[in-house]
Design a protein around this ligand. Structure first.
Ligand code: PBG
Ligand code: ZN
Length: 326
């Protein structure tokens, strides 16, 4: 105790602090989420997410070059299609010649070592903007959604994706996808489940980017409720039992307690998804001069690592060298 013990001795200079501190995560821990457009030579900056754009595949390849050079491990692809291609089931999502299928082939061709993950959901492909086809009552039809999700995952695996990532929060989605993949001999395709994904108010900028806001209602009937922690944790438990390779907590920063609880109850790798609203929040604050962007990014990222994340899905990943190198 004081005065014999003085804790400030342990942080008296930068060299000592550096020796004791948990290091910042290296670039290999990061996956960069990217938004992919049909066509060519298209680049649409996303107003709500400075530093992020919707890109046609040719432009994505250009932007991936420095990301790959910086050592970032992977990319998570989200597709956008024109309204004319949207339908009740979101069937464009499993078109073998679709945007994401093309993107996967091109990205793997140019960057064979980059871990390519494709998001498996239909909200950007359905006319109504929900994460699966609807019942007559207007609810998402769980089991019908699973059939669609399995077809999508299969077509991504066939295009060469290393990993598929179902994000629609349907019961049994992991089982449906895993068994479809295995039946088609894609037993090496990784499955990262958005296992504990909350109905969050922090997805706003993403929905602007993806133009995927539901035309009616919300996603509370399928995404987890932040008021019910136990059920939210069971979501991950079930996905593990159904054969997920990697679990996820999303959003990450608002749910660090969930992340650290899950860390104690599973030995699966866990991904933390640092979502769009968390990204834009720091940008907005920095723009107003209320905080230093790099410091806020490093501090919040360290929190996710401490919380138990093995993998960081983060929009900061395409700026790794600027934000994480001191
Ligand atoms: C779609 C999906 C969403 C996100 C990832 N996949 C939005 C949603 O569920 O409404 C959010 C990502 C982010 O906000 O960064 N199923
Ligand atoms: Zn969805």
């Amino acid at each position: 105790m004081f005065p014999e013990t003085r804790l400030r001795r342990l942080r008296q200079n930068a060299e000592i602090r550096k020796m004791l501190d948990l290091p910042l995560p290296g670039p290999e821990k990061f996956i960069w989420p990217a938004f992919v457009l049909d066509g060519a030579a298209k680049r649409e900056p996303i107003e709500a997410m400075p530093g992020q754009s919707r890109l046609s595949v040719d432009q994505l390849l250009i932007d991936l070059e420095p990301v790959v050079d910086s050592g970032v491990s992977g990319v998570l692809l989200f597709g956008l299609v024109e309204d004319s291609k949207k339908d009740f089931h979101g069937s464009e999502a499993y078109n073998d010649q679709g945007t994401i299928q093309r993107a996967i082939r091109k990205v793997k061709e140019k960057f064979p070592k980059l871990v390519v993950t494709a998001d498996v959901c239909v909200c950007a492909y359905t006319s109504h903007g929900h994460c699966g086809p609807l019942t007559e009552a207007g609810e998402v039809d769980n089991d019908a959604a699973n059939e669609v999700l399995a077809k999508i995952a299969l077509s991504y695996a066939a295009a060469g994706a290393d990993m598929v990532a179902p994000s629609s929060m349907m019961d049994g989605q992991v089982q449906a996808i895993r068994s479809a993949l295995d039946a088609a001999a894609f037993d090496q395709t990784l499955l990262m489940s958005y296992s504990t994904k909350f109905a969050s108010a922090m997805y706003g900028p993403f929905r602007e980017a993806e133009k995927s806001t539901p035309s009616q209602g919300d996603r509370k009937g399928y995404q987890a409720s932040y008021g019910d922690l136990r059920t939210a944790l069971r979501e991950s438990e079930f996905d593990e039992a159904e054969g997920a390779d990697i679990l996820m907590v999303k959003p990450a920063l608002f749910y660090l307690d969930v992340l650290s609880k899950l860390r104690e109850t599973t030995d699966l790798p866990i991904a933390a998804y640092n979502v769009s609203g968390e990204y834009s929040m720091l940008h907005a604050s920095a723009e107003r001069g209320w905080g230093n962007l790099k410091d806020m990014v490093q501090e919040s990222t360290a929190a996710m690592v401490r919380g138990g994340a093995d993998i960081l899905i983060s929009y900061w990943a395409n700026q790794y060298d600027v934000l994480f190198k001191n």
